[in-house]
Design a protein around this ligand. Structure first.
Ligand code: ADP
Ligand code: MG
Ligand code: ZN
Length: 482
């Protein structure tokens, strides 16, 4: 089995965050009443003419520049013809032989888990082209009937076609995360995978290790999370490996991922694939990009922001990358770091309590009911050693989640402030040592782990309000006495 190497290339459909559709003024908002956001253009009524939405071009250029790609000065639109209920025109307008963005590079963070490499790796981008979305067929809303909602028909997509440069499911997942980060940081996509704003198809083939030619490619559809991409590729690599090891030939095909069953199933064979009869769109002129349109500042890219977090806040690459999971998350962190004046502590809170709360409730950072200024005040109380960390996490943070706005006042009112009076702590620690002579003797006899037990006893005796650092200091000093 290990005689084969996986070759993976991803195609990602990014829904552009524009107010109106690609070729008409219909709104793109999600969840409008079915078929209410439609007009003669996106319904494909005879005689209706498309007009290109200039905002989509600016967004495509922004992505192209971030990918260090070639922005084509002239690109064209084509008609891709096929018949389906949710495609009212009978064709999709997409970009023809020349796409607006070609030949770019996506850099992935140098996670040691990926390709066993340390240091960033890169994946080629073949092209990114503008195209319109189809409508939506709902098969489960009505018994025995499929209902078609055309609100999505004509919404602007950017299809980003990656080169087959990826070699493992983990690498593919990192590629997808990096691309997701990039488009959300550029502000061209909301990144919502459940609502289908960021969709991925994965292509995978196997080849004998050390050989050049690629094997037969299978395309996997219906991948709507980072994890599903990884799992589907793992399954597919095993399936193909088994067939090849048995001497069977693979056929080029499209397979669908079933997340519940954890398997891919054939949807259609690519042999005798339908002929889309591509031809130039007669109703749209050549898309011409002037050099002046390629100027102007780009927003700070995730990679640059990660470097800044590491350099100015002393964070590890893992911490910086995790904070950059989305633009709002990174922005909350920056506000928290400023408000608290302690970037490292702010990072620990973001990756600890805050993430735990969001994950437990399936929420995004936008739904956290605590402003960064309020949480920042709590972080400061801990860093200033007014409050111990355990009390901050277990008692004060939950109060903030319930609507408390003033951590300092809350701590004072509840008498939660920590004891950091050295004399008082010394008395208490001496009492603990006197009450546990066996543990002290065994500790001195070499059982070093009993120190933790003694710290725990002291913290408990102090009602969880003692300054833990001071308790440790005092305990060491007392134990050092003969
Ligand atoms: P299609 O029109 O069939 O989707 P494209 O050329 O648009 O074909 O996309 C091909 C995708 O498949 C790209 O993402 C590319 O990286 C990937 N790919 C091409 N050849 C292979 C291969 N042999 N194994 C795995 N992936 C491949
Ligand atoms: Mg394709
Ligand atoms: Zn319309």
């Amino acid at each position: 089995m290990s005689a084969f190497e996986a070759v993976i290339g991803l195609e990602v459909h990014v829904q552009l965050k524009t107010k109106s559709k690609l070729f008409c003024a219909c709104p793109t908002a999600y969840g409008l009443p079915p078929n209410s956001a439609t007009c003669p253009v996106c319904l494909g009524l005879p005689g209706a003419l498309p007009t290109l939405n200039a905002e989509t071009v600016r967004m495509a250029i922004r992505l192209g520049r971030a990918l260090e790609a070639r922005i084509q000065p002239r690109s064209t639109f084509y008609r891709k013809q096929y018949f389906y209920g949710d495609l009212p025109k009978g064709y999709q307008i997409t970009q023809g032989p020349v796409a607006i963005v070609e030949e770019g590079t996506l850099r992935l963070p140098g996670d040691a888990a990926v390709r066993g490499a340390s240091g960033p790796i890169a994946c080629g981008i073949e092209r990114a082209h503008l195209e319109e979305d189809a409508g939506k067929s709902n098969h489960d809303l009505h018994d025995g009937a499929t209902l078609v909602d055309l609100n999505r028909a004509g919404v602007a997509l950017l299809e980003i076609v990656g080169k087959p440069d990826l070699r493992s499911p983990l690498e593919a997942m990192e590629y997808l995360k990096s691309l997701h980060r990039l488009v959300t940081f550029l502000g061209i996509c909301d990144g919502n995978m459940e609502e289908g704003s960021f969709r991925c198809d994965a292509n995978v083939s196997l080849r004998k290790v050390g050989t050049e030619p690629f094997g037969t490619r299978v395309e996997i559809k219906n991948l709507n999370s980072f994890n599903n991409v990884r799992r589907a590729l793992e399954f597919e690599i095993l399936r193909q490996g088994r067939l090849l090891a048995a001497g069977d030939a693979l056929t080029p095909e499209t397979r669908g991922w079933d997340a519940d069953k954890g398997e891919t199933r054939i949807q259609r064979s690519k042999e005798g694939a339908h002929d889309y009869r591509f031809f130039p769109e007669p109703d749209l002129p050549t898309l011409v990009i002037e050099p002046a349109e390629l100027k102007g500042a780009l927003p700070e890219l995730p990679e640059a922001r990660a470097q800044r977090f590491m350099a100015s806040h002393g964070l590890s690459e893992f911490e910086a990358t995790t904070l950059l999971q989305s633009r709002p998350f990174a922005e909350y962190f920056e506000a928290l770091a400023t408000a608290s004046g302690h970037a490292k502590a702010a990072c620990n809170w973001m990756l600890g309590e805050v993430s735990r709360h969001l994950n437990d409730h399936g929420l995004g950072i936008g739904a956290l009911p605590v402003a960064p200024e309020v949480l920042g005040a709590l972080v400061r109380l801990v860093e200033d050693r007014v409050l111990n960390l355990t009390t901050a996490k277990d008692t004060v943070f939950p109060a903030l989640l319930k609507g408390e706005r003033d951590p300092a006042a809350f701590v004072a009112a509840q008498g939660l402030g920590q004891v950091s009076d050295r004399g008082a702590i010394e008395d208490l620690v001496r009492g603990i040592l006197a009450a546990n002579p066996d543990a002290v003797a065994q500790f001195r006899g070499g059982r070093a782990n009993l120190r933790g037990f003694l710290v725990g006893q002291a913290m408990k005796a102090g009602g969880g309000k003692l300054d833990a650092r001071l308790v440790n200091d005092v305990l060491d000093a007392e134990l050092a006495k003969a």
